[in-house]
Design a protein around this ligand. Sequence first.
Ligand SMILES: *Cc1c(COP(=O)(O)O)cnc(C)c1O
Length: 406
Amino acid sequence: MSGEAPASAGRDARAVEDAAMGAMYQRFPVTVERGEGARVWDSSGREYLDFMGGYGVALVGHRNARVTEAIREQAGRIVTVHGSLYSNVRAAFLERLVSLAPRGLECAHLNNSGAEAVEAAIKFARKFTRRPRIVAMRGSYHGKSMGALSLTFSPKYRRPFEPLVEGVEFVPFGDAGAAREAITDDVGMVIVEPIQGESGIHVAPDGFLRGVREACDERGAVLAFDEIQAGLGRTGRMWACDHDGVAPDILCLAKGIAGGVPMGVTLARAEIVASMSRGEHSSTFGGNALSCAAGSATLEALTADGLVGNAAAVGRELHDGLARLARSHPSIREVRGRGLMVGIELRFDVREIIMGGIERGVLLLYSGRNTLRLLPPLVITRGDVARVLGALDGLLSEEEARRGIA
Ligand SMILES: *Cc1c(COP(=O)(O)O)cnc(C)c1O
């Protein structure tokens, strides 16, 4: 080592990262320094209202007091406890999570990301049913590791990496009849996002989840829900599938579950987990003490601080406000979603709107080329909703004028 300061010390993070990280991320010109609740500040001290929410990871708000304190305390005690040893912190997290889980899901495999939560689901269902095939939905997104990618619909993500896991069939999202036809006796797992996140925020139509549930039961297939983005209160209920009164056999979670500390969880029925033998699946980091402490604090924040109820109440204001905007802006094609998981489909590419939002101090997200996506922390207030609605009103008016849309 030369003893020199790291390259980033005196340089723009953007230059360093662009050189070192390749072009895999679509990037926006904000260098984030710190956060608090639904706000972040850049390195020059400029404030932004964060409706991007780290793609949903900032579920309980940036620097949530409970989570920050839990991390601080746990870091002062121990960070890593491997799954081959016991941990009171892990046990407390598991108890709390299972007590909140959809009925019948009593066991959990702890890992570190959404893709890993899906990988475990694939292996669990394969081992439990000993059937080779999987049914997934058109428009699905389940992650980008090779197994999860095999269940992800977008050809753009899949094509360059084929061959993927064999035996996956995609059926139209929302068509229970097509799903029923595809669920033959050699299908081990059906995987569904109750609200599709990456393909433009599409809510499962009424009766669809129930229809798929019934078809799985008739055929002996495992039903997995991927609530990595929609779960944990975001839709105004603890689980997105609660809106339909349907419970899965496996539930994949990640994103905000540990307040921003990496964690994925594969919740499953006890008999499914019991089909796995020693050594057949594991994760070195999975269930470490730091993420479990942060996870417990996150679940506490969601329940004790009323964040799920807030998502429902503030979400209603947001949807009402967006419905008003849709009436006065011809550029809005459709508003979709539930609670604080919202898609606003426009008649044009949303990148200009996102860039304009940055200028106005609001961070927005896209979901496909034409859909703006809002995934704010569940701690947002009515004032924050009014602020984002005002910003959108102005941004859409400007863009409509520029494009001559009347
Ligand atoms: C983000 C996401 C994933 C993948 O999670 P990673 O942590 O990025 O691997 C999978 N499924 C859904 C629905 C997601 O939103």
